[in-house]
Design a protein around this ligand. Structure first.
Ligand code: PMT
Length: 404
C-alpha cells in the first residue's frame, strides 16, 4: 500500500526545529505536511541551523524560515506574537532535551521559546535525543511538567541511534508525526463530524463446525475507503468480515462473520449514520441446515441446500430512505448495465463497479473503478486501492454535500 496523506488543507502548522541529528527528518516532515495541504511555517533554533540549512526548509515550505527574535524585517510584518497567533498547532520536532527544559521552565531566550510562551495554541513536541538523556530524571521531570500543562508528547520511538547506541529516544517517523498532527487537529474536511458506515471484507457461511463458504475478498478496498472517509473528517463504523488488516485511524471496527451478522450490525450502525458504503463481498446464500457435528465423508457426491441471504443494502435502504448510500458491483461482464441495474434496484445514490476475475479486484493491491449515478459517471483509472479510495471518497463527499 502507498502512504495516503490525511487532509490538512488550510491547517496552519508552526514547525519548531531544534538542534539534533533528527533535524534532517524535520525536512521530510515539513514536505509531508505540505503534501497533505498544510500551510507550514518553520522556526529554527540556532542549534538546528548547525544540522540543516534554512534554505532547505524555505525551498520545501515556500516561506522564509524564522530564526531570530531580532530580525528587524521579519518583526516589522509578522512579529513573534502574530506568529504565535497564526498557528493552529505548534509542533516542535525534533524537540531536544535542552528545548524541552527551556519550555518546561518558561524561558524566552530565543524566537521558538518566546513564541511558545506567547501562544495559547495547542503545543506538541516530538522528542529526539540519546537514550540516557531521555531517561535522565531532569528530562522526565520536564516532560511531566509539560504533560501536566496539556502539551502532547509524540514519541519517542526506540531503536538504533545516531550516537551508536540502541534504545528509546529516536524521533517518531515523519509520516507518523504528520498523522499525529491530523489527529490532534481533529476532524476536518467535507465530511467533518459525519457518521459513515462502511462494510468490508468477505463473509463466512458455516457448513459445519469446521467448514464454511466464503470468497476471495481481502478487505483491502473497503479498509482503504474507510480510511479515506475518516481522512475527510468522517467518524467511520467499519463493519468487517474476517481479514488480516489493521483498523485504520479514525475508524471503529465491528467484527462479524456471517452475512446475517453483517446485516444486523449494518442496520444497527445505519440508524445513526448519514452515509453508508457497501464494499463487502457478502454471501448471497447460506447453508440451510448447518451441521452441529463435522460432516463425515460418505458418498462420492454431496449436496448442500442453500437459502438466500437478505440483501444488506436493500434492508438498510428500507430502514433509512433518507440515507446517502453507495454500493459496489463486482462484475465479470456487462459492467455498466449490471451496475446501473443494481444502482436502480437497490435505490443507491452511487455505485462503484469493478471488473473481477483472476488477478482482478479481489485480493490484489490495485483496482480500477467505474462510478455511476443517475445521469452521470466517472472513470477512476487503475491505481493502488488506497489512491482509488481517496478519489472515490472525494467523489462521494462531493455528491453527499451537494445532495442527490
Ligand atoms: O476486498 P478486496 O480484496 O479489496 O476486493 C474488493 C472487492 C472486489 C470485494 C470490492 O471492490 C467489491 O467489488 N465489493 C462488492 C462485492 C460484491 O459482493 O458485489 P455484488 O455485485 O455481488 O454486490 C453488489 C452490492 O450489494 C455490494 O455493495 C454488496 O456489498 C451488496 N450486497 C451484496 C449481497 C448481499 N447479500 N448484500 C449486500 O448488501
Amino acid at each position: 500500500m502507498t502512504d495516503s496523506p490525511p487532509d490538512l488543507r488550510g491547517r496552519r502548522i508552526l514547525l519548531g526545529v531544534c538542534g539534533g541529528i533528527a533535524a534532517y527528518k524535520a525536512a521530510d516532515l515539513s514536505r509531508r505536511l505540505i503534501e497533505a495541504g498544510a500551510d507550514v511555517q518553520v522556526v529554527m533554533t540556532d542549534n538546528a541551523a548547525r544540522f540543516v540549512g534554512a534554505a532547505t526548509f524555505q525551498a520545501l515550505t515556500g516561506k522564509p524560515v524564522r530564526d531570530s527574535l531580532w530580525d528587524a524585517q521579519a518583526e516589522s510584518h509578522m512579529g513573534h506574537i502574530e506568529l504565535a497567533r497564526w498557528a493552529d498547532l505548534i509542533l516542535v520536532a525534533p524537540a531536544s532535551a535542552n528545548t524541552l527544559a527551556r519550555l518546561a521552565h518558561g524561558l524566552a531566550d530565543d524566537l521558538l521559546a518566546t513564541l511558545v510562551l506567547a501562544s495559547d495554541r495547542p503545543l506538541a513536541v516530538a522528542p529526539a535525543m540519546n537514550r540516557l538523556m531521555w531517561n535522565a530524571p531532569a528530562t522526565q521531570d520536564n516532560l511531566a511538567t509539560l504533560r501536566a500543562r496539556g502539551v502532547r508528547v509524540l514519541g519517542p520511538g526506540a531503536g538504533f541511534q545516531a550516537c551508536g547506541e540502541t534504545g528509546e529516544g529516536r524521533m517518531r517517523e515523519p509520516s507518523d508525526l504528520r498523522d499525529d498532527v491530523a489527529g490532534l487537529l481533529g476532524p476536518h474536511g467535507p465530511l467533518a463530524g459525519r457518521h459513515a458506515v462502511v462494510t468490508a471484507g468477505p463473509t463466512r457461511e458455516p457448513i459445519d463446525p469446521v467448514r464454511f463458504i466464503t470468497n476471495r475478498s481481502s478487505g483491502k478496498q473497503g479498509y482503504a475507503l474507510a480510511r479515506a472517509l475518516a481522512q475527510l473528517g468522517a467518524r467511520v463504523s467499519l463493519i468487517s468480515g474476517p481479514t488480516q488488516l489493521a483498523v485504520p485511524p479514525g475508524c471503529v471496527r465491528i467484527e462479524v462473520e456471517t452475512a446475517a451478522q453483517m446485516c444486523a450490525a449494518a442496520l444497527d450502525a445505519a440508524a445513526s449514520a448519514e452515509l453508508f458504503v457497501g464494499t463487502a463481498a457478502v454471501a448471497d446464500y447460506r447453508v440451510q441446515d448447518v451441521a452441529t457435528d463435522k460432516i463425515k465423508k460418505t458418498g462420492t457426491t454431496m449436496q448442500l441446500a442453500l437459502v438466500r441471504n437478505d440483501d444488506i443494502l436493500v434492508r438498510v435502504r428500507a430502514a433509512r430512505p433518507d440515507l446517502f448510500m453507495v454500493g459496489f458491483a463486482a462484475e465479470t461482464e456487462n459492467l455498466e448495465a449490471h451496475a446501473r441495474d443494481k444502482l436502480a434496484r437497490k435505490q443507491l445514490n452511487l455505485i462503484a463497479a469493478n471488473r473481477v476475475g483472476p488477478g482482478r479486484a479481489f485480493d490484489v493491491d490495485d483496482n480500477q473503478l467505474s462510478v455511476y449515478w443517475a445521469g452521470g459517471q466517472r472513470e477512476l483509472a487503475s491505481a493502488p486501492k488506497d489512491v482509488l479510495a481517496r478519489e472515490l471518497a472525494l467523489l462521494i463527499a462531493e455528491h453527499f454535500v451537494t445532495g442527490p
